[in-house]
Every structure is written in structure tokens, then in C-alpha cells.
Design a protein around this ligand. Structure first.
Ligand code: PLP
Length: 422
């Protein structure tokens, strides 16, 4: 092994904190089962036999806890040096429980403007009806976050990198602002997962996940998770989950556990593939804008490098890219029609390369003016790079970009004025 390789591998052997690739397989070694099947069984039972009314400490009912779910929670929490995570039936179920646990009528939240469209819908259309007030701000500007704080602010919620613009929020800075105001800071870390970013180490109180995405990784199971080192909050989350019934199903927990085993490996390769594709896009004529934190021209590159983790010495930025063609919406639509290998879906983080049109799909419920403010133009295309050979992804994109530019005549006119919010 060369000296540099030796240095690289030393990282993985730090006894105080095993690397993510080790934790994703074993969780914290001290909490592992000592006997039994290597692969945890799927416990489908809804309920559990209790030997007597008194003195029983095991699981009682699967809406409250379940051994397969508990194993997933042990591993997910371990990835962030935290107690077991609290898992849910989807990412939005996790967010809903988090908001119910931290906000009540009369409270206020500061929310990053660039977040998943379903998060915006939850605040603007549902929590607002329950008396929870939210101010959406450009969370890449810490001073804007500070200015939005009110006396009743209880939560600062940001997403970094944000869906779909990949903008980066300074997690340390916004956590400090939240704490000064006596509020909690939560980070939607779905795009990078605990393998490539550890919000709790950066000062946040809470990491939130749609495990449906990279964590499960095979588009086979919905799920969500909240991870925190705040035991009182974890207790409250479990209580909210018991009240509202949002726990992940045992089979989905098991599929997610299987996915977790290769998460570090997949993210390493998907980030490397995304870097190659993003660099190619940024050099391709007719591609007007490429958003990827690993590009030298990415305006928040320094912050991205400071917040994102390395795997075996290599700084990685995840598998998601956003880009726009000259010709905006018309060109983008034709590009999406012309792709053959890359699949058009409302999803990211799978092993296959996926494309999405955020303005009409994932972010259709975000008011158009708000979308435009944070750079989600109608022509923006989101690309979730998979495990295919990058040369095949590029070949598919090259053909589709050519078709898109031909149809639009690559006009740099106003982008997509005809799109309405569906
Ligand atoms: N957070 C982000 C960043 C997402 O992309 C999504 C879904 O696309 C969610 C949360 C919601 O997750 P789910 O679809 O599992 O409810």
C-alpha cells in the first residue's frame, strides 16, 4: 500500500469513531446483537405476547416499536454519533412529526426558501391552518435568517444542498442564530445523507431524511427519519409517532437496512459520476447553467468543501445536479422527451440515473414567484446521477441536449412564461 493510501485508510480506523462505511454495516459495535441471524429478520407481527401485566420491557405494538425498525434506527443514529433515530413511513411523515413535536399554534418557524416542494406545501397549506406561522428566507444569507427571527421563533429549518438548486446553507451559522433565539435548528440532509454531511457535528440539533432517496437507494421503499442527540426531543418524536401512527413498515425498514449497507459505496461512485457529468455539462455549448457543488465555478464551493465529508480522502458532493439549457423551458421539455437511458420520474437517489422537471413535478405547489426568487426557473432540469458508466449517461444527455437546442433554436428569451403552477 502506498504512503498516501496508508494515510487514507488510517481515517477509517480511528477507534473513537469508525468510518461511515463501517457504521453503515454494523452500527455502533457496542449495541450490536451478539447472536442470531446475520441479516435481521423482518418482524411483521403487529403485536407481541407479554408474559404478565407487570415487568415486561419488550415491544408491545408495532405502531410504537418493532425490532426490525429498531435495528434500522440503531444504524441510522450511529452514523451521526447519535442515539437511535426515529423513523417514519416517508420523509414527509418524518417532517410532519418533527413539526408537531417542535411547533404549536402561535409559534413561528424560519424556513429556507429553497427546500423540497412538499415541505413548502406542508408549512404554507397545512401548518398555517393549525396556527403555525412560517417565514421563508434565503437561508444562504445568514443575515436574512437572523432578520426573520421573531420572539416566537421555535425552529429554523433548512435544506443543504437544497432541492433542486443545490444551494448551500452555512449550517454552523444558522444553528448559532437559532440557538441565540432559543430555537432549534433542523437540516434536511436527504441529498447527502449522514455519509457525506453530518449536520449534528456542524451544530444543528436535528437531521431529517427522506430515506426513500439515497439511503434506501433502490426505489423500493418509502421511509423517513429524524436524528438528534437531544433525548427529550427523541422522546417527544416517539410520542408524536405513537399518537399519529406514522411509523415505517417493518418490510420497508428491512429494505432500507439492506440499502444502507452499500450507501457509502453508492454515494462515493454516484458523486464521482456526478462530478464527471457536471464537468462535461459545464463545458457543453448550449448549457447555460450548471449547479453542482463540486464544480470550480460553483459560487459556494468553499462552503461546500467545508461542510461535505470525504470518503477515503476524496471530498464528495453527492449525486444530484441541476442544469438549464439556453432556450429554457422549450429546450428543457424536448431534452426530457429525447432522453432514452435516463428515466423521467419524481425521485432522486436511486441506482439508476433519473431526471425530473422540478417546476411542474416536485415543486409544482411552490408559488411561482417564490420558485423564481431562489433560482428554480421553469427550464431547470434536475439530474440524479446513478451507477451507470458516466460515458453512457453523457452520450444520452448529448443527444437529448442537441434535440432540445434544435427545437428551441437555443433562444435566450424569457424562460417559460406559459408554465402555470399545477
Ligand atoms: N426532503 C427532500 C429533500 C426530498 O427530496 C423529499 C422527496 O422528494 C422529501 C423530503 C420527502 O420525502 P418522501 O417522498 O419520502 O415523503
Amino acid at each position: 500500500m502506498s504512503a498516501s493510501n496508508n494515510e487514507r485508510y488510517q481515517q477509517s480506523y480511528t477507534p473513537s469513531r469508525p468510518a461511515s462505511s463501517t457504521l453503515a454495516l454494523h452500527g455502533p459495535v457496542e449495541s450490536r446483537r451478539e447472536t442470531g441471524p446475520l441479516v435481521p429478520p423482518i418482524v411483521q407481527s403487529t403485536t407481541y405476547i407479554q408474559p404478565a401485566l407487570d415487568g415486561y420491557a419488550g415491544p408491545t405494538y408495532s405502531r410504537v416499536d418493532n425490532p426490525t425498525v429498531a435495528e434500522l434506527e440503531r444504524i441510522l443514529g450511529g452514523l451521526e454519533s447519535a442515539p437511535p433515530s426515529v423513523t417514519f413511513g416517508s420523509g414527509l411523515a418524518a417532517e410532519t412529526a418533527l413539526f408537531l413535536a417542535t411547533l404549536k399554534a402561535g409559534d413561528h418557524a424560519v424556513v429556507g426558501e429553497a427546500v423540497y416542494g412538499g415541505t413548502t406545501r406542508l408549512f404554507q397549506q397545512l401548518l398555517s391552518e393549525l396556527g403555525v406561522d412560517a417565514t421563508f428566507v434565503d437561508s444562504t444569507d445568514a443575515q436574512a435568517v437572523r432578520a426573520a427571527i421573531k420572539a416566537n421563533t421555535k425552529l429554523v429549518f433548512v435544506e443543504s444542498p437544497a432541492n433542486p438548486t443545490l444551494s448551500i446553507t452555512d449550517i454552523r451559522a444558522v444553528s448559532e442564530i437559532a440557538h441565540e433565539a432559543g430555537a432549534l435548528c433542523a437540516v434536511d440532509n436527504t441529498f447527502l445523507t449522514p455519509v457525506l454531511q453530518k449536520p449534528l457535528d456542524l451544530g444543528a440539533d436535528i437531521s431529517v431524511y427522506s430515506t426513500t432517496k439515497h439511503i434506501e437507494g433502490h426505489s423500493a421503499a418509502l421511509g423517513g427519519a429524524v436524528t438528534s442527540r437531544n433525548e427529550r426531543l427523541n422522546e417527544k418524536l416517539r410520542w408524536v409517532r405513537k399518537c399519529t401512527g406514522g411509523i415505517i413498515a417493518p418490510f420497508n425498514a428491512w429494505l432500507t437496512l439492506q440499502g444502507l449497507k452499500t450507501l457509502p459505496l453508492r454515494l462515493e461512485r454516484q458523486s464521482q459520476n456526478a462530478q464527471v457529468v457536471a464537468e462535461w455539462l459545464s463545458e457543453t455549448e448550449g448549457v447555460e447553467r450548471v449547479c453542482y457543488p463540486g464544480l470550480n465555478g460553483f459560487t459556494q464551493r468553499t462552503l461546500a468543501d467545508a461542510q461535505h465529508e470525504t470518503i477515503r480522502g476524496e471530498r464528495l458532493h453527492g449525486g444530484v445536479i441541476a442544469f438549464e439549457l439556453a432556450g429554457g423551458l422549450e429546450a428543457g421539455k424536448e431534452l426530457l422527451r429525447s432522453l432514452e437511458l435516463c428515466r423521467l420520474v419524481e425521485h432522486v437517489g436511486s441506482v439508476e440515473t433519473l431526471v425530473t422537471h422540478p417546476a411542474t413535478m416536485t415543486h409544482a405547489d411552490v408559488p411561482r414567484a417564490q420558485r423564481k426568487r431562489f433560482g428554480l426557473t421553469d427550464g431547470l432540469v434536475r439530474l440524479s446521477v446513478g451507477l451507470e458508466d458516466p460515458s453512457d449517461i453523457i452520450a444520452d444527455l448529448a443527444k437529448a441536449i442537441e434535440a432540445g437546442l434544435a427545437v428551441s433554436g437555443a433562444v435566450n428569451g424569457p424562460v417559460g412564461e406559459e408554465v402555470v403552477n399545477v
